[in-house]
Design a binder for this molecule. Structure first.
Ligand code: PEP
Ligand code: MG
Length: 909
């Protein structure tokens, strides 16, 4: 007996037995599509009858030199007879014809394989029979011409444009704009011309014998496995060439058989908000393509409740079946044929970040998934999208009152975008990439070859299409705000402008697009950062907190940042960069005075004058972080950063000297001379402080040791502020951090100096403040000697920005503008090490520092405060290394909470 090559959709049990129960192997044998359809049948979803020819048959066919394997054809025809019995229709029967679709389906979704052929079984006899039974020549010829067109282009590789030319010629000849206006007679003429196109390009008649059509289509699928595009794709994606493709044959059902028929696409929950409500578009009396093409305006699925209440109820039943089985929101394609609902396809639905969060949370509450699963489903980048800017509500109201509301369409991808209108993808890309402009790409609809423009744009607007249109899907996937289906908008490519009523916007003018409400405004509307108030996000993050073991702190310099960080869930401040405070206008002159002072006394005066400012800064921070640790890092950058730029100074001096030569009187000369003297002094100091490699020069702890009065003042400010807040009844937990340590003696020297000062302040204040003393690990030598450092530090914080810089010997500021990007494009570096911690290098140093540090000081607290502390993969590494916390920008705190929980869950597995 020959091998079993063909399985009906209802034979899933037999297949599972054959492959020993592995679902992966079922997919391997039936392809993703075939396995999916069989699974739907098993759970009781109404799927049109059909069968799948296995990937083994494909491989056998190819190895036999393109010959059908023994027994295949018999099995195929016998399966077909069973379908004929089940449907009451016969393949090739002129009176009551069964029509079939033929699709390829490999284990992995794979572009380049043969596409779908619909309506197999149509020919001159069946078309006549269909006209007789349906009384609708238009439908019958439309089916027939579609078969010739698809068979011609997909099986015989005739360029599809050749067929489209015929249709557009016909439309012109008849004087109509759309295909739907063509009658049965017109389609009959088109069909005849299609046959000619077919004969002209293939030198054969179109095969009218149904079984011949079926065999040719099946073999074409098999052969497409070895087509060049499929082959190249497999090479690029690393897919095994031996897998082969399956062929799925399905009985056709029709949505264009009258007003009790229809077709559409739907999501089992809202893909925009996540609300538990079926959301979709459909068309009555239409074919599937009509919905996707966006030619006719689709109806909202809620209308089905009134048009076909029973079908709507059945739809709801099926949606529950699907969700209970897949435990995921599903994206389905369906057809209603004479009041009967058929599901054609289901897959996990695409969604916005807001929807992803809400769906995950509600599925936990509905008992469909566990909290861990919900946390693993919402990826950290979705949380990042969540915090995309939104329009200021008041600004939107004002704009509406000013008659700036241009139009409203479907809100398919949330977020606010402001930019200039670009009417095609190339221009959108050029303006965005080359000219650095914010662009909104506006098109009638989008296609795959528009994606480069869509990616470059801040926002996307289309005049056609629904929630499942190409534009909506791409926008959602990339988190780009989008509004589609703005049908009142007229795009005029000749004048390069868009018009809505009497409002005209020329290409290059600004519009503001709100993907959350679907509104489009003229001009630029102010945007703001969203609040973390979404109830589902809050719930998800509270679950994250249950699972994570890593603490999440924030890098914040000012009380307002600290307050926000706390609101977002930060459990401490992991880095307050004090030098930012020195840059402020009323302080900078004091800092400069300190640096330029020739006498020690002058320097001390300037430093003293800075003390009240610093005390005020820290008081605010301690109040905002009541009860939580605050790590204050003492001054870090090289001093020249506080002084005027060398080149500008030289230029200003030379300008002054020129003015001197033309001075009109002595008073002016005196004044200019004084200015020259001051500038020359500054210049001399700047030149003295100038370093060839300032990043490796006098900064960090080196600066603190050089000018001990400076860190001493900072410590005084910290302890004075802490005393003040403690006396107010606050709970203060200061941690003093020394930057850029490389040798233990640097730490010992600083610690002694600072402890003396801290003690002095406490005595003055008559209060005991408990504080910690620690260091950053941001130089390889510090990591290598962490055991020594740990004896003099209560905590370490990894400064991975500098640690990456010093480990690689790459200057971040220069490299990211230059060769680093080139390195990533060329694949020399797989990732940007300044974005994701370099596990093999920097990660090794961190590991060593953790182990050595804990060896001499088991209680040492370990954290990270480089940018990596807010990046998901790096957070996972920090979890693995056993750090106590990560610290990141306040806006990344929610992401870090989730990433830390995911790392903990993944670790348990
Ligand atoms: C670091 O180097 O990682 C760090 C946090 O310090 P900065 O970025 O201020 O140099
Ligand atoms: Mg640093």
């Amino acid at each position: 007996m020959s091998k079993k090559w063909v399985y009906r959709f209802n034979e899933l049990d037999a297949i599972e037995e054959y492959v020993d129960g592995s679902w992966d192997d079922v997919r391997g044998l039936l392809g993703g599509k075939g396995a999916n359809l069989a699974e739907m049948v098993r759970i009781g979803v109404p799927v049109p009858d059909g069968f799948t020819i296995t990937t083994e048959a494909c491989n056998e066919y190819l190895s036999l030199g393109e010959h059908l394997p023994d027994g295949l054809w018999e099995q195929l025809t016998s399966s077909l007879s069973e379908i004929e019995v089940a449907t009451g229709k016969t393949f090739g029967d002129p009176k009551n014809p069964l029509l079939l679709s033929c699709r390829s389906g490999a284990k992995f979704s794979m572009p380049g394989m043969m596409d779908t052929v619909l309506n197999l079984g149509m020919n001159d006899e069946t078309v006549a029979g269909l006209i007789e039974s349906t009384g609708d020549a238009r439908v019958a010829y439309d089916l027939y011409r579609r078969l010739i067109q698809m068979f011609g282009s997909v099986v015989m590789h005739i360029p599809d444009g050749k067929f489209e030319e015929v249709i557009s010629r016909k439309r012109k000849e008849v004087g109509v704009k759309t295909d739907t206006e063509l009658t049965g007679e017109h389609w009959m003429a088109v069909t005849e011309e299609f046959k000619n196109v077919f004969r002209f390009h293939t030198h054969h008649h179109f095969p009218t014998e149904p079984y011949a059509q079926l065999q040719m289509a099946t073999e074409a699928v098999f052969m497409s496995w070895n087509g060049k595009r499929a082959f190249d794709y497999r090479n690029a994606a690393g897919i095994d060439h031996k897998l082969g493709t399956a062929v799925t044959i399905v009985a056709m059902v029709y949505g264009n058989l009258g007003d009790d028929s229809g077709t559409g696409v739907a999501l089992t929950r809202s893909g925009t908000t996540g609300e538990h409500r079926i959301e979709g578009d459909y068309l009555t009396n239409a074919q599937g393509e009509d919905v996707v093409a966006g030619i006719r305006k689709t109806k909202d699925l809620s209308a089905l409740k009134f048009e076909m209440p029973e079908v709507h109820a059945e739809f709801e039943r099926v949606a529950v079946l699907l969700e209970n089985h897949y435990r995921e929101m599903q994206d389905v394609e369906f057809t209603i044929e004479k009041g009967k609902l058929w599901m054609l396809q289901t897959r996990d639905g695409k969604r916005t970040s807001q929807a992803a969060v809400r769906i995950a949370v509600e599925m936990v509450e509905e008992g469909l998934i566990t909290k861990e699963e919900a946390l693993m489903r919402v990826t950290p980048d979705l949380i990042d999208f969540f915090f995309h800017p939104q329009f200021d509500t008041q600004a939107m109201k004002d704009a509406a009152e000013d008659d700036k509301l241009l139009a409203t369409g479907l809100n398919v991808s949330p977020g606010a975008a402001v930019g200039i209108v670009a009417l095609d993808a190339n221009l959108a890309q050029k303006w965005a990439k080359e000219d650095g402009k914010n662009v909104i790409m506006v098109r009638p609809e989008t296609r795959p070859d528009d994606v480069h423009g869509m990616l470059a744009a801040q926002g996307i607007v289309t005049s056609r299409g629904g929630r499942t249109s190409h534009a909506a899907l791409v926008a959602r996937q990339f988190g780009t705000p989008a509004v589609v289906g703005v049908d009142e908008m007229d795009i005029d490519f000749t004048r390069r402008q868009i018009r809505v009523g009497n409002k005209v916007i020329r290409e290059g003018e600004y519009i503001s697009v709100d993907g959350t409400t679907g509104e489009i405004f003229l001009g630029q509307i102010e945007t703001k950062q969203p609040d973390i108030k979404d109830e589902w996000l809050l719930k998800l993050l509270s679950w994250a907190d249950e699972f994570r073991t890593l603490g999440v702190w924030a890098n914040a310099d000012y009380p307002v940042d600290a307050t926000r960080a706390r609101e977002y869930g930060a459990e401490g401040i992991g880095l307050c960069r004090t030098e930012h405070m020195f840059m402020e206008p009323e302080r900078l002159p004091l800092v400069q005075q300190m640096i330029l002072a020739e006498m020690e006394l002058q320097r001390i005066e300037a430093i003293k004058a800075l003390l009240p400012f610093q005390r005020e800064d820290f008081t605010g921070l301690f109040r905002a972080m009541d009860g939580l640790p605050v790590v204050i890092r003492l001054i870090d950058p090289p001093l020249h950063e506080f002084l005027p730029d060398h080149v500008s100074l030289v230029k200003e001096l030379s300008d002054l000297k020129i003015q001197l030569q033309h001075a009109p009187n002595l008073a002016v000369i005196d004044d200019l001379l004084e200015q020259v003297r001051v500038k020359e002094k500054v210049l001399a100091r700047v030149e003295l402080l100038r370093e060839d490699n300032p990043m490796l020069g006098m900064r960090g702890v080196r600066l603190g040791n050089h000018f001990p009065d400076l860190p001493r003042m900072q410590v005084r400010a910290i302890i004075e502020a802490a005393s003040l807040v403690t006396k107010e009844g606050g709970d203060v937990r200061p941690e003093i951090m020394i930057p850029l340590t490389s040798h233990v003696n640097e730490l010992i020297f600083q610690r002694e100096l600072l402890e003396v000062e801290a003690k002095k302040v406490m005595e003055e204040q008559g209060i005991e403040i408990s504080y910690k003393f620690g260091t950053m690990i941001e130089i390889p030598r510090a990591a290598l000697t962490a055991d020594q450092l740990a004896e003099h530090a209560e905590f370490f914080s990894f400064g991975t920005n500098d640690l990456t810089q010093t480990t690689y010997g790459i200057s971040r500021d220069d490299a990211e503008q230059g060769f680093l990007i080139e390195y990533m494009v060329n694949g020399i570096l797989p990732e940007n090490p300044f974005e994701t911690i370099d596990r093999d290098g920097v990660g090794q140093l961190m590991k060593m520092a953790v182990e050595k540090g804990r060896k001499t000081n088991p209680d040492i607290k370990l954290g990270i405060c480089g940018e990596h502390g807010g990046e998901a993969k790096s957070i996972a590494l920090c979890h693995e290394l056993g750090l106590n916390y990560v610290s990141c920008s306040p806006f990344r705190v929610p992401l870090a909470r989730l990433a830390a929980a995911r790392a903990a869950i993944a670790g348990k597995k």
